[in-house]
Design a protein around this ligand. Structure first.
Ligand code: ZN
Length: 164
């Protein structure tokens, strides 16, 4: 999930190449490592120092920004919208949180929970597929960053996803 989130940001960086001066600093995910702690699998990632903020929760509902943080929150909202557009509606990057532009611990919702009825579930048990799309569509309001990226307006009746 972390690597997929990182790839979404890489694609977004390519998309803002010509509008970078307007878009400003881009979010990033650090490299994380898989390890064993005794017999238990663990992931390790750098400690993020500073004020930790949750920009959007794993239901796709934007969090309320603190004073002066409005820009970061809007940018995070646009990142979620971009993930939806870039994947043709197949996935939605959520749970955007971290310190400043350094993000960690993402969640990804998918438009279907698995492929062709197979037992394996996309992006583990944390996939909030059953409700995240609905709430994201209900709460997302396109902002300056969505417009900078020329993202399509999200239809409240989910027409955006039905076209896919
Ligand atoms: Zn938008």
């Amino acid at each position: 999930m972390h690597m997929a989130a990182k790839e979404i940001l890489n694609r977004l960086k390519k998309n803002i190449k010509y509008i970078e001066e307007f878009f400003g600093e881009m979010f990033s995910y650090d490299t994380i490592y898989f390890a064993l702690l005794g017999d238990l699998p663990v992931t390790l990632e750098p400690i993020l120092s500073g004020k930790f903020c949750k920009y959007a929760n794993n239901n796709g509902i934007p969090e309320k920004p603190g004073p002066g943080d409005e820009d970061l929150y809007e940018k995070a909202e646009a990142v979620s919208h971009f993930s939806l557009a870039e994947s043709g509606g197949k996935l939605l990057l959520l749970d955007l949180q971290g310190v400043g532009h350094n993000l960690c611990d993402p969640e990804i919702a998918t438009s279907s929970i698995n492929q062709n009825g197979q037992d394996e579930q996309f992006f583990c048990a944390g996939n909030p597929q059953d409700h995240a799309y609905e709430t994201f569509f209900a709460y997302h309001v396109c902002n300056t960053y969505c417009r900078l990226l020329s993202l399509k307006h999200i239809d409240p009746e989910n027409q955006y996803i039905k076209k896919i």
